[in-house]
Design a protein around this ligand. Structure first.
Ligand code: ACO
Length: 366
C-alpha cells in the first residue's frame, strides 16, 4: 500500500531579520530584495542551535500531530545541506534528540530537493513493507555560513556598533545569494495508508507516483567549492581567506533550469498517474524565490491559489521549504480531503522532480 502523510510539524527560529535590517551591514534595499526574490524577512537561530536541534523539534511536532510516539518510528530520513558538522551526518543526532528509539536513519544530500527525495524514499520503504512508520525531515541552519562574522550583532540590532568598511564590503560582495536564505525545519510522518483509513476508494490515496532526476553536469551552478576531498589539505586557512567556504551561485542559469524542470516533472508525474493538469488542487513547490515560482506558474498555467508561496516571511530554507509550506497550508485549512497535490523541487547538484500525492479521506467508491 502507498504511504500517506499522517502528521506534519515545523520549527521556527526566534530571530526575525527584515530586509531593512540587512541594510545595516550591506549595500542593498528592501525594494531590490522584494522585487527580485519576494523575500521580506527570514528567521535565524541563536548561536549554539544546530540543524539537528531544529530538525528534532520539527520531528517531535509532526509526531504529536500524527498521534504517533517516538518508539513507533521505524526509520528517519533527514535532508540538509547545513549539517551540524561535516561528519557524521545529522540523522543520528536527530534520532537521539527526538527520542526515536533505535530507528534506522538516513542522511540525504540533495539540497533543496532533499525533502522531495525523502518523500519518495519513505514511500519505497513503506510500500515494500520494510517500514511501517517513517519520519522525513528537511532542516537548515544557514546562519553559520553567512559572511557576517562579528557583524551578526549588527544584523540582529543587538549593538549600536556600525560595521567596519571591511565587514560592509564582504557582506555586499556576497549579497546576491545571502539575502535569499533563512533557517527553519519541517517534518512529516508517513505511514501505510491501509493502517490509517481502510476503505474502498474511488481514487487511490497517498503517494501515487514520483519522478526524480539528477544531472551532475550542473553541480557547479550553486556549490560550496572549498572544504572537501577535492582539496589537499581538506580544509586550510587559505581556502577560508579565498572565501571558498561560502556558496558560489550562477543565479541566471539556476533560474532557467528550475523554471523548466519543475513544471516538466509535475507534468510527467501526472501523465504517469493518468491524471490531467486541471485535476491538480495544489502544487507545493520549492521556495527558492518568487520569480522562479512565477515562471513555473506560467509554464503550468496555474495561479498562486494552486501554487502558493510563503517565501515572503521565511526566505529560502532549502530542504525545509516543502514541509514548512505544506504544514502551513494544512494549518490554514487549504488542504482538503481527496485533493491532488504535487510536491516539486529543484536543488543544487542538480536534483529535481515531483511527487504526486492524493490526500486521504476522499470519496468512497459506490
Ligand atoms: N541588493 C542590491 N543589489 C544587488 C543585490 C542585492 N541584494 N544582489 C545583487 N545586486 C546587484 C548586483 O551587484 C548587480 O549590480 P551591477 O549590475 O551593478 O553589477 C545587479 O544587482 C544584478 O545582479 P545579478 O546577480 O545579475 O542579479 P539578478 O537580477 O540576476 O538577480 C537573483 C539575482 C535574484 C539571485 C536571480 O539571479 C535569481 O532569481 N536567480 C535564481 C537563483 C536562486 O534563486 N537561487 C536560490 C538558491 S538555489 C535553489 O534554491 C535551487
Amino acid at each position: 500500500m502507498p504511504a500517506v502523510i499522517a502528521g506534519t510539524g515545523v520549527a521556527a527560529p526566534p530571530n526575525v531579520v527584515t530586509n531593512d535590517d540587512l541594510t545595516r551591514i550591506m549595500d542593498t534595499t528592501d525594494e531590490w530584495i522584494r522585487s527580485r526574490t519576494g523575500v521580506a524577512s527570514r528567521r535565524f537561530v541563536d548561536p549554539g542551535t544546530a540543524t539537528s536541534d531544529l530538525a528534532a523539534e520539527a520531528a517531535r511536532a509532526a509526531l504529536a500531530d500524527a498521534g504517533v510516539s517516538g518508539d513507533e518510528v521505524d526509520m528517519l530520513v533527514c535532508a540538509t545541506m547545513t549539517p551540524d558538522r561535516h561528519n557524521p551526518g545529522i540523522a543520528g543526532s536527530v534520532q537521539h534528540k527526538a527520542g526515536l528509539g533505535d530507528a534506522a536513519t538516513f542522511d540525504l544530500r540533495q539540497q533543496c530537493a532533499g525533502f522531495l527525495f525523502g518523500l519518495d524514499l519513505a514511500d519505497m520503504l513503506i510500500s515494500t513493507g520494510r517500514a511501517g512508520t517513517v519520519v522525513v525531515v528537511g532542516a537548515e541552519v544557514h546562519a553559520g555560513y553567512l559572511p557576517w562574522g562579528d557583524a551578526w550583532q549588527i544584523v540582529l540590532g543587538s549593538t549600536d556598533r556600525a560595521p567596519t568598511a571591511g565587514e560592509r564590503a564582504l557582506a555586499t560582495h556576497h549579497r546576491s545569494w545571502s539575502v535569499l536564505f533563512g533557517d527553519g525545519a519541517g517534518a512529516a510522518v508517513l505511514r501505510e495508508q491501509a493502517a490509517a483509513t481502510p476503505r474502498s476508494l474511488a481514487s487511490p490515496e497517498g503517494i501515487l507516483n514520483s519522478v526524480l532526476r539528477t544531472d551532475g553536469a550542473h553541480a557547479d551552478l550553486i556549490e560550496v567549492p572549498g572544504l572537501g576531498s577535492q582539496q589537499r589539505p581538506y580544509a586550510d586557512a587559505a581556502q577560508i581567506t579565498a572565501g571558498l567556504h561560502h556558496p558560489a551561485m550562477n543565479g541566471a542559469s539556476l533560474y532557467r533550469l528550475a523554471v523548466e524542470t519543475m513544471p516538466a516533472a509535475v507534468c510527467e508525474a501526472l501523465e504517469a498517474a493518468g491524471c490531467e493538469l486541471d485535476e491538480l488542487d495544489l502544487v507545493v513547490a520549492h521556495q527558492a524565490n518568487d520569480r522562479i515560482l512565477d515562471g513555473a506558474r506560467r509554464r503550468l498555467g496555474v495561479d498562486a491559489s494552486v501554487m502558493p508561496s510563503n517565501i515572503e516571511h521565511w526566505g529560502n530554507t532549502t530542504a525545509a521549504t516543502l514541509p514548512i509550506l505544506y504544514h502551513e497550508l494544512r494549518q490554514q485549512g487549504r488542504v482538503a480531503a481527496g485533493s491532488l497535490v504535487a510536491f516539486t523541487s529543484f536543488g543544487a547538484g542538480a536534483h529535481w522532480g515531483a511527487v504526486l500525492y492524493r490526500e486521504p479521506g476522499g470519496t468512497e467508491a459506490a
